[in-house]
Design a protein around this ligand. Structure first.
Ligand SMILES: *Cc1c(COP(=O)(O)O)cnc(C)c1O
Length: 385
């Protein structure tokens, strides 16, 4: 089976992890701050806060921005459930903004329309979570302009997007957002097994997130309510969590970061080849926006079902049976039973639903060989022609 995504681990990665295993610190040692600095420097941003998953990063990002009961968080329906769940963790209400049928990212036109309506009803969002779907940035410049007009904060869900660029700057630089969040799950661009990281240019937000990641406990005397009682002393000043990344994970991340540009460049070679080889098949290839350089986490195609005598489900099954580890990204979040119980229903976000009904993510990862890609194309041809 050729998977839709897969990590790439080399000897350097293995040595880096083993070195930590032989060292004094498996967690809370030097590798985590080094990883934070490495990613922040790479992104051209002031601060990085490493955690145990992007889900945790989204949660503490929402808390740091003050999200709570009575507030609204808006995101895209074409995403993993975590982009919306983070708002529910904080007691906020969720709403969605439909996607642009061309990029599959949040539509700025729909956003603008929804903001006008929400303003009239006094239910403007406190936080917007645009998702850089498949690694391609949303139209952040226009979204940022709307945030100034309507007064909401922005958390970029850049889980797919480390190594990508937008308007010639690294995704994660936070030029047009308060916080950006990365995931290092093995199917993403680089991996720490499980892991995530939040970037920000705001020192206060960075400090708040660092506090929340570790029980709300501080050892910084300036943050304490009274004089330390001794050098052992710490204070809990917030209700935080244990969302810490380990040094084992961070060492893997540091090693992987050395190859990140190679990873993304290889994905672009594979993308260009797919674009060419799939041209005559009844599929729609993903659009590449001229203002961005996608990190290409995914290569999602849409099946042109009207010309094919089979259903989405049948074709997907045939691809799997022929050895293609295809997947579907994403089941629109608002159609999940948990969200239907909150009042959402099929039909609410038709562009995301239409896309979902035809979407298939075909294999896209750094270590895929030309031969494997040739095999993927041959199987697609066999099943779709
Ligand atoms: C993978 C992913 C997440 C969650 O990442 P974890 O690190 O697994 O918690 C969140 N949002 C999107 C868009 C993702 O793809």
């Amino acid at each position: 089976m050729i998977p839709y995504g897969r990590q790439d681990i080399d000897q350097h990665d293995i040595d880096a992890v083993v070195e930590v295993l032989r060292s004094d610190f498996l967690t809370q040692g030097p590798q985590v701050p080094l990883f934070e600095k490495t990613v922040a420097d790479y992104c051209g941003v002031n601060f990085g806060v490493a955690v145990n998953s992007a889900t945790s990063a989204l949660h503490i990002a929402c808390l740091a921005l003050g999200l709570g009961r009575g507030d609204y968080l808006w995101t895209s329906p074409n995403t993993f459930v975590a982009s919306a769940n983070c708002g529910l963790y904080c007691g906020a209400e969720i709403d969605f903004v439909d996607i642009d049928p061309r990029t599959y990212c949040m539509s700025v036109e729909s956003l603008e329309q929804k903001l006008i309506e929400a303003k009239a009803q006094n239910r403007l969002p406190k936080i917007l979570v645009p998702v850089h779907f498949a690694g391609q940035s949303c139209d952040m410049k226009r979204i940022h302009k709307l945030s100034l007009e309507y007064g909401f904060s922005i958390i970029e869900d850049a889980s797919h997007a480390i190594g990508g660029r937008y308007l010639n700057k690294p995704i994660g630089c936070c030029e047009y957002s308060d916080i950006a969040v990365f995931s290092f799950h093995p199917v993403k661009i680089i991996t720490t097994a499980e892991g995530g990281l939040a970037t920000t240019n705001n020192a206060e937000l960075a400090e708040k997130m660092a506090l929340l990641r570790s029980h709300g406990i501080t050892r910084t005397p300036e943050l304490m309510t009274k004089e330390p009682e001794g050098s052992w002393y710490y204070q809990q000043i917030e209700l935080g969590f244990n969302y810490r990344m380990t040094d084992i994970q961070a060492a893997l991340g540091n090693s992987q970061m050395q190859r990140i540009d190679k990873f993304v460049a290889r994905r672009h070679v594979l993308r260009a080849r797919y674009d060419e080889l799939l041209k005559d098949l009844p599929v729609v290839s993903p659009t590449q926006s001229s203002d961005s350089y996608s990190a290409l986490h995914l290569y999602p195609i849409q099946l042109e079902l009207q010309g094919l005598n089979k259903t989405h489900q049948q074709l997907f099954q045939e691809l799997r049976e022929n050895g293609l580890g295809v997947n579907v990204h994403y089941i629109p979040v608002h159609t999940q039973p948990y969200y239907e119980k909150l009042g959402f229903k099929v039909g609410d976000f038709p562009n995301a639903e239409f896309y979902y009904e035809r979407a298939v993510s075909i294999p896209m990862y750094h270590a895929m060989s030309d031969e494997q890609q040739g095999k993927v194309v041959a199987i697609l041809k066999q099943v779709l022609q």
